[in-house]
Each structure stands twice: as structure tokens, then as C-alpha cells.
Design a protein around this ligand. Structure first.
Ligand SMILES: O=C(O)CCC(=O)C(=O)O
Ligand SMILES: [Fe+2]
Length: 304
């Protein structure tokens, strides 16, 4: 047997995770005796914390920009979206179905059409809709301002654990098939969604607004400064049982990620996605969109 064949076989034998390419988790890092890539090249990051009351990103304590802030539109956080009992029942039902190994120590269950994003192709066959246990939570979403017309056609459950070193690298969600709002329900433990923007770019900072309600801040007279920075990160604290909606700039201009250090206990997240304009009435693929929507809201789904 050649060395290459032996190595190939060995990696199959040891493959207990779903990592590929540059992605790693604690399991494969231990087996391969490697460090995670993000530890090799630490970069200077300007850290901000998202304030739910003002909708601003505030310079972190003891950072270069403490006391400074900038508006961070496109984030909605709804606390206590499900009760403790609903949370327990949802996770119990999810655990009745198998979880598939995924990248970076995550496990996954997907209820949606099969999609090849690179080729922009999708298959309806096999998709039976969202699971029945989500009917009530999806209906509840429609009661909140900004979500009245939200009709998801995909639910993706992700399971994170500190033992596996689960995380999700900074990324933007697809915008060919998936629409404006990304809605995720955060279950079992709190976490932090890290929004980032790679520079070089300038940031227009104002002296931090008071932590009052979103529209009550008069920033016109506040001191301003424009700063050039390479790597900016805005941390959004996401409580257990809350619903996080990303839209607008938070959806399209800032990547989102969950760092390993922000998974401190088992966390299950259910992300709901709607169709893009291309698949909505008036769009080029409206018929396909209509078919997907009908299947989705039958709530007879099994994981695909
Ligand atoms: O776990 C999360 O909250 C984010 C998941 C996510 O970004 C994704 O599935 O695209
Ligand atoms: Fe995402």
C-alpha cells in the first residue's frame, strides 16, 4: 500500500467529525495534533457590543473606542420567544430524529429543498415541509412587527457543544435562494453572534448614545470621528429562548459567526429562511417558489 493510500485510509478510519478543508473541531484537532487556523494568525480586532435598546454598536470597555458608537441597523432580538416547556419539547422532538455530522463540530438537521448553491440548482423531491412541531412558533413569528409576512421554506437545526468545540466561521448566507430575513431561535444556552467586517474601511463613530429607546437618541450634535480600521467585530448577546432576526446591512454587509469560546453548554439553534424575490410572486422562478411554499406550510416535514 502506498503512503498516500494509507494516509487516506487512516483519515477515513479516524473521521468522527464532519470537518473538511480548512474547518476543524476539537475532535479532529486532537487526532491530527493541529491548532485551529484562527489561533495561528490572531488579528487586531476592534470590538463593539450591540445594544438592543439603541440599535447601536458600542465600543467595548477598555478598547480604543470605548465611549464611541455607530448605528448598527438590521438586528431584531425578541426575548422569551418560547417558554421553557416549549424549548424542552422542541429539543426533545429534534432528538428523536438523527443528527448529521457537519463542519466545525456542529451537527445538523435540515428541513428544506436540496440545494446546490454553487450551481444555483434545487430539487423539490424529498422535501415534505417544515416539521409539525414548528407550526406554532412560525405562526407566532407573524405576530411581531417586521415579521408579519414571514413565510419560511427552510428550517435548519444546528447542534453545538463545547465538547466538540462547535462553532460557525464568519459567513454571509446565500442571497440567490434565501430572502431578506434570517430568523433564528436560540435554544438551551445563551451565546454571542459575532458580526464582522473585513477592512480596510472607515467607520463613522459618534460619542456613544445613552442606552435609551431606539429612536430617542439625538446624535446630530454629538462629536464624531471617522476612523480607518481593518477588522471590526460587533458582538450581539443572544439569550436562551430568544429569536434573532438579521436583515438589511446585518444580513448582507456584515458576516455572522459563532466563536468556539461562545459555546459554553449545549446549544441548539433553529434557523428559518424565506425565499428571495426571484422565487416570490413576480419573480423569474415564482412557480417553483409557490410550490416550495405550499409544501413548507403543510408542516409534514422529515429531515432531508
Ligand atoms: O447558529 C447560528 O445561530 C447561526 C447559524 C448560521 O449562521 C447558519 O446556519 O447559516
Ligand atoms: Fe448563517
Amino acid at each position: 500500500m502506498t503512503a498516500v493510500a494509507a494516509a487516506g485510509e487512516a483519515s477515513e478510519v479516524f473521521q468522527e467529525c464532519g470537518c473538511k478543508g480548512i474547518r476543524t473541531c476539537l475532535i479532529c484537532e486532537r487526532q491530527r495534533h493541529v491548532d485551529p487556523p484562527w489561533q495561528l494568525f490572531p488579528q487586531k480586532t476592534h470590538r463593539f457590543l450591540y445594544c438592543v435598546n439603541t440599535g447601536w454598536a458600542m465600543g467595548a470597555e477598555d478598547s480604543d473606542f470605548e465611549g464611541w458608537a455607530f448605528p448598527f441597523p438590521g438586528v431584531t432580538l425578541i426575548e422569551d420567544f418560547v417558554t421553557w416547556e416549549e424549548e424542552a419539547e422542541m429539543v426533545r422532538l429534534m432528538d428523536c430524529d438523527p443528527w448529521k455530522l457537519s463542519q466545525s463540530g456542529r451537527r445538523k438537521q435540515d428541513y428544506g429543498p436540496r440545494v446546490n448553491f454553487r450551481k444555483q440548482k434545487l430539487k423539490v423531491a424529498g422535501f415534505q415541509g417544515l416539521p409539525s412541531f414548528s407550526r406554532e412558533v412560525v405562526q407566532r413569528m407573524g405576530l411581531y412587527p417586521g415579521l408579519e409576512d414571514f413565510q419560511p421554506v427552510e428550517q435548519c437545526n444546528l447542534d453545538y457543544s463545547p465538547e466538540r468545540g462547535s462553532a460557525i466561521d464568519p459567513h454571509l448566507d446565500d442571497a440567490w435562494l434565501w430572502g431578506e430575513r434570517l430568523v433564528s431561535l436560540n435554544l438551551l444556552s445563551p451565546t454571542v453572534m459575532s458580526m464582522s467586517r473585513e477592512g480596510p474601511g472607515s467607520l463613522l463613530l459618534s460619542s456613544a448614545p445613552p442606552a435609551g429607546p431606539k429612536d430617542s437618541t439625538d446624535t446630530a450634535i454629538a462629536p464624531h470621528q471617522s476612523v480607518l480600521c481593518q477588522h471590526v467585530e460587533v458582538a450581539i448577546s443572544v439569550p436562551r429562548r430568544s429569536l434573532l432576526v438579521l436583515a438589511g446591512a446585518a444580513r448582507h454587509q456584515w458576516t455572522h459567526a459563532i466563536h468556539r469560546r461562545h459555546i459554553t453548554a449545549r446549544r441548539v439553534c433553529a434557523t428559518f429562511r424565506e425565499l428571495s424575490a426571484e422565487f416570490q410572486p413576480g419573480g423569474r422562478q415564482q412557480d417553483l417558489g409557490c410550490e416550495l411554499l405550499q409544501i413548507s406550510c403543510s408542516f409534514q416535514g422529515r429531515p432531508v
